[in-house]
Design a binder for this molecule. Structure first.
Ligand code: SF4
Length: 367
C-alpha cells in the first residue's frame, strides 16, 4: 500500500498548513522543501539543524513524496499527502460523518465535528491542484452533509479546474429534496458524475443494507430529481450475501425505472471496516453469486446500458464477464498475491484490495 502519511519533529510550525513539495534531494539524508505562501518549510530525514528555520526533522523517510505532491503539515509534525501528482486516483475528503450506516461500510462513519476543518483544507487544496488534472474524486462520509458549502466547493472546482472530470461518491438521499439537485444543476458543470448506491429493487432490503428507514424511497426519488435537473448518475451495487440474490431483479428495475442512468457498476466487497464485524451477514465467495451477477450484467448490456464490474479479479469471474471488468481499485490500495506472478492475465487484472483482511480462496493464476 502506498504511504500517505509520515511524521517527524516540528520546528517553528505554529499553524497547520498546505504546501507543495519542491526540490526533493537525496544526500546524506533526504530533504525536500514544502512551498507555501509564507515561505518554504524544510522537510528532512536528518535531525534538527537550524532552529531558526521552519522545518520538520527526523522524518523516517521521504521516499513516498514527489515534487508536485500537495501535503498538509500539522503542528505536531504529521505530513499528510492530500494530492499525489503521479496518481490518477486523487480525492477530496469532505467528512467522516454519514446519514447512513451501511452494513459493509469500509470506512465507518464517525460523529466528529469535522465539516469546517475539511472545508477549509479542501478550499485551499483546490487552488493548488494542477489545472491539467484529468480526474478528481469527492468522498466521505457523506459529502452532501456539507450543505451549501458543498455547492460552493463545486463552484470553486468548476472555476479553477474546468478541464477535470469530477466523480462524487454520495448516498444521494438528500437529492429527494428537490431544491438540492436544483442548486447542484446551477453549478453547471457537466464533468460532474454522482456515484450513488442502490442495493436492491425491494425497499426493505435496501433500507436494511444501509441501516436507514426510508433510504430506498429517498434514493429513488433523488434519482428522478437528478434526471429532471440533468445531473449525471452512476449506480453502484456492492456484491455480498444480502444483495446477490436479487441482482437480476435489480437490473430489471434499473432498466425499467431509471433509463437515464449512464453507468451501472457492480462492485466486489472490500473486506474491512464494518464488513469484518458483519462477516456472517456479508461474506460470500464470488463464485457463489456468479450466475446472478452474469444474468444482471448481461441483461443490462443487452439493453444497451453501460455496465462495469469493479474490484473483482478475473480469476473469480466467468469469462463472459471479463470484458466488463475495470481496474477500479485506487493505486494506493491495490495489490496482487504471490499466486498472481504466474498469471498470464496479470496486466489486465485489477488485482485485489490491500485493505481487505480476507480474500477468496479461489484466487488462482490463469495459464
Ligand atoms: S491470479 Fe491474480 S492476476 Fe491472475 S486473475 Fe487472479 S487475481 Fe488477477
Amino acid at each position: 500500500m502506498i504511504q500517505l502519511k509520515a511524521r517527524g519533529v516540528p520546528v517553528n510550525i505554529f499553524q497547520a498548513t498546505l504546501a507543495i513539495v519542491t526540490g526533493k534531494e537525496k544526500g546524506q539524508g533526504t530533504t525536500a522543501y514544502a512551498s507555501q505562501e509564507n515561505g518554504d518549510i524544510l522537510l528532512t530525514t536528518d535531525i534538527s539543524r537550524n532552529v531558526s528555520q521552519r522545518m520538520v526533522t527526523n522524518i523516517p523517510s521521504l521516499d513516498h513524496l514527489e515534487d508536485g505532491d500537495i501535503i498538509y503539515i500539522t503542528t505536531n509534525g504529521t505530513i499528510n499527502t492530500l494530492f499525489r501528482t503521479s496518481s490518477p486516483h486523487n480525492s477530496l475528503f469532505i467528512t467522516d460523518r454519514c446519514n447512513s450506516n451501511c452494513l459493509m461500510c469500509s470506512q465507518p462513519p464517525r460523529n466528529s465535528d469535522d465539516l469546517d476543518h475539511f472545508f477549509k483544507i479542501n478550499s485551499g487544496l483546490i487552488s493548488l491542484i494542477p489545472k491539467s488534472t484529468s480526474e478528481l474524486g469527492i468522498t466521505g462520509g457523506e459529502p452532501t452533509l456539507l450543505g451549501r458549502r458543498f455547492i460552493s466547493l463545486l463552484q470553486q472546482i468548476t472555476l479553477e479546474l474546468p478541464e477535470t472530470d469530477i466523480h462524487i461518491l454520495t448516498n444521494g438521499r438528500s437529492f429527494a429534496w428537490k431544491q438540492i439537485p436544483q442548486s447542484l444543476s446551477q453549478v453547471n458543470n457537466h464533468r460532474i458524475v454522482y456515484g450513488i448506491p442502490l442495493y436492491s429493487d425491494f425497499y426493505q432490503l435496501h433500507d436494511y443494507i444501509v441501516q436507514s428507514k426510508d433510504a430506498f424511497n429517498q434514493t429513488v426519488l433523488g434519482f428522478h430529481n437528478m434526471a429532471r435537473n440533468n445531473l449525471r448518475l452512476e449506480i453502484r451495487i456492492v456484491l455480498h450475501q444480502q444483495s446477490y440474490k436479487r441482482l437480476p431483479d435489480l437490473a430489471k428495475f434499473i432498466y425499467r425505472n431509471l433509463p437515464f442512468v449512464e453507468h451501472i457498476a457492480f462492485m466486489g466487497l472490500e473486506y474491512t471496516g464494518y464488513t469484518i464485524k458483519n462477516n456472517e451477514l456479508l461474506w460470500i465467495e464470488p463464485r457463489e453469486y456468479e450466475n446472478e451477477l452474469e444474468e444482471a450484467v448481461l441483461f443490462l448490456d443487452s439493453m444497451d446500458m453501460t455496465v462495469s464490474i469493479y474490484n473483482l479479479p478475473l480469476c473469480l469471474l466467468k469469462r463472459s464477464l471479463w470484458k466488463f471488468t475495470r481496474k477500479s481499485i485506487s493505486d494506493w490500495k491495490q495489490k496482487y498475491l504471490d499466486e498472481c506472478a504466474d498469471c498470464i492475465l496479470l496486466d489486465q487484472c485489477g488485482g485485489l484490495f490491500d485493505t481487505s483482511k480476507r480474500h477468496s480462496r479461489y484466487i488462482k493464476a490463469i495459464h
